[in-house]
Write a protein that binds this ligand. Structure first.
Ligand SMILES: *Cc1c(COP(=O)(O)O)cnc(C)c1O
Length: 448
């Protein structure tokens, strides 16, 4: 069976909360101002109560509201596809499956959480959201989601992407969002950066500071984050829950699961429902795949750190390269984040998941090979998962192991063709692991 579809009424009705099953408890996030555990009231300045409750919840299953299910059903359930032509090309005894999230309105997994976040904010009387976007995927998802609930949305877009990816900006405008290149004159954080460097290209950390500052300063406005936080990964578990049902239908089960890892949301989304089985004894290895130029898990340090440059977000326990680390300008903007989800970090620290880093050129090489064999243009972020899966499938060929491999095809790459052009023109390069920069940045971790 090449493609496994579920019916609309087979969509998961509950999210899976891995916090209920972690073998050891998480360390709490700390307030950037008091350095004590963040309180419910502090979080209320920028998040609705229901999301704060989910952020801290230890309930194993959380109901997905009917209104959210209805919008998700515009594109969910998403297909599970067996990449038979890729298997044949590689001559591997491994079976390769992928879960395709590129069929969503924004072209990635990100609307899975954007819709839920917009819904809860609206329900609690918030009409307006701010956020940041790097490559444009998250801004597109939130623009779509806020439009579904007739809310307003302002997106601070990292300045270099604002000019390099004009069609992402057009997409957000089509769904009614206001898109502002960051750093901007609208916030103290933006003005401070511009004063020091009027030509700043911006970064995800700066854009987050601007969006958080605005939301904290306005009563009618909240902030929405597209990755990293517990509630975001919770909403993404629809991916893995669907995949589990689809594997039941084909009578198979993955030995290894691969997903690209920026802030950890598509990884958590596909892997956590399978990790629930692992906690009860099943043998499954989940592998987070990151860029060699921004190697948060494989080369970072497990420590308390800020989520942004201006130190406005809670201090979280996570693998980090330092909050002021600026990774090289790789063509997978969604993976250029200095930190990682606290849950994913904890699982990695406790040896319950693995991680690997891949280089930019092999990412584009295998991404292109995948498109040529399977007919889907992968986002460069997703191509990281493809590269790691193919390398494993080649290993299986050498050892003769008949493993079942699953990867998350987190998005399509139709807005990323300029990056593919750079690859075809031979202009892409492999960046060295920026050891000195990381070492420098890790000196600035907060003392807690
Ligand atoms: C944002 C993005 C990622 C990385 O973010 P995670 O939170 O780590 O999932 C990966 N793939 C695509 C297509 C994205 O848009």
């Amino acid at each position: 069976m090449k493609r496994v579809y579920l019916k609309t009424n087979e969509m998961p009705k509950q999210w899976y909360n891995i916090l209920a099953d972690l073998p050891t408890p998480m360390d709490p996030p700390l307030s950037p101002f008091t350095k004590k555990t963040v309180t419910f009231d502090e979080m209320k300045a920028i998040f609705p109560e229901s999301l704060i409750e989910q952020e801290m919840s230890d309930k194993r299953w959380i109901d997905i509201p009917e209104e959210v299910l209805e919008i998700l059903s515009l594109w969910r359930p998403t297909p599970l596809i067996r990449a038979e032509r890729l298997e044949e090309y590689l001559g591997t005894p491994a079976k390769i499956y992928f879960k395709y999230e590129g069929v969503s309105p924004a072209g990635s997994h990100k609307p899975n959480t954007a819709v839920a976040q917009a819904y809860y904010n609206k329900k609690e009387g918030v009409q307006r959201l701010t956020t940041e976007t790097g490559a444009g995927q998250w801004g597109s998802a939130l623009a779509f989601a806020t439009k579904m609930f007739n809310m307003e949305c302002r997106v601070y877009m990292v300045k270099v992407s604002f000019y390099q990816k004009p069609y992402r900006k057009s997409f957000m405008r089509m769904f009614g969002a206001e898109v502002i290149p960051s750093p901007s004159e609208f916030t103290n954080s933006g003005r401070a950066i511009l004063e020091k460097n009027p030509d700043s290209n911006g970064s995800l950390g700066i854009a987050i500071s601007e969006a958080v500052e605005e939301a904290a300063g306005r009563n009618d406005t909240n902030y929405a984050l597209g990755s990293v936080l517990n509630h975001v990964l919770l909403h993404q578990t629809v991916i893995g829950l669907e995949a589990k049902k689809q594997f039941e239908i084909v009578g198979d089960y993955p030995d290894m699961i691969f997903a690209s890892c920026g802030g950890g949301s598509n990884f958590g989304g596909i892997a956590f429902p399978f990790l629930a089985d692992k906690f009860s004894g099943k043998n499954v290895d989940a592998v987070a795949v990151e860029p060699a130029s921004c190697p948060t898990l494989t080369k970072g340090k497990y420590a308390y750190d800020y989520g942004d440059v201006a130190k406005l977000t809670p201090i979280m326990p996570m693998f980090t390269l330092g909050h002021d680390f600026e990774p090289p300008a790789i063509h997978a903007g969604g993976l250029r984040y200095h930190g990682d989800s606290p849950i994913v970090s904890k699982l990695y620290k406790d040896g319950l998941i693995s991680a690997t880093a891949v280089k930019q050129l092999e990412v584009f090489q295998y991404g292109t090979l995948f498109a040529q064999l399977e007919g889907i243009v992968p986002a460069p972020e997703s191509a990281h998962a493809i590269a790691a899966t193919i390398k494993e499938a080649i290993k299986c060929k050498e050892t003769g192991e008949e493993k079942t491999l699953l990867f998350c095809l987190s998005g399509h790459g139709f807005f990323d063709m300029a990056s593919y052009d750079a690859y075809f023109d031979g202009k892409l390069e492999d960046y060295e692991y920026p050891e000195d920069l990381i070492e420098e940045s890790l000196k600035n971790l907060p003392e807690v």
